[in-house]
Design a protein around this ligand. Structure first.
Ligand code: RB5
Length: 148
């Protein structure tokens, strides 16, 4: 299952991604928001991040105006590696090298077509492992308060 969330600045992107998932038979859960009324992004980031770290969701996709605020909030949840992506290269590399588990995008930065393209790449690209696994382990150590 893919967990989706957005604030008002990213709701169009989130709904475009939702349509793509529906059309392709990919299970998802939409944590909101609905509509364009102004809302705070952190609660949506938190719900999607918890869905991912609890194992309920395999990955998450979060959208706000820039993708930045919602990624900062999601990355406060231990175990989350949320990456803001604006192009296909970043969406591929954040899976291959960072094992990102949440893709973040900005509704005031990219259009719906690009958001769907980046989501498809993000969902289909595997983690390369190897030396990158060591680096992910170092990020986890920082989360545990360890010295590097
Ligand atoms: C909301 O206006 C906007 O600040 C939010 O969507 C996001 O861009 C924050 O990073």
């Amino acid at each position: 299952m893919i967990a989706l969330g957005a604030d008002h600045g990213g709701v169009y992107l989130k709904d475009a991604v939702k349509k793509y998932l529906e059309e392709n038979g990919i299970a998802y859960k939409d944590y909101g928001t609905e509509g364009t009324e102004s809302v705070d992004y952190a609660p949506f980031a938190y719900k999607v991040a918890k869905a991912v770290t609890s194992g309920e969701a395999e990955k998450g996709i979060l959208c706000c105006g820039t993708g930045i605020g919602i990624s900062i909030a999601a990355n406060k949840v231990p175990g989350i590696r949320a990456a803001v992506c604006t192009n296909a290269f970043c969406a591929e590399m954040t899976r291959r090298h960072n094992d990102a588990n949440i893709l973040c995008m900005g509704g005031r930065v990219i259009d719906e077509k690009t958001a769907v393209e980046l989501s498809k790449i993000f969902l289909e690209t595997p983690f390369d492992g190897g030396r990158h696994a060591r680096r992910i382990g170092q990020i986890a150590a920082i989360e545990r308060g360890e010295e590097l």
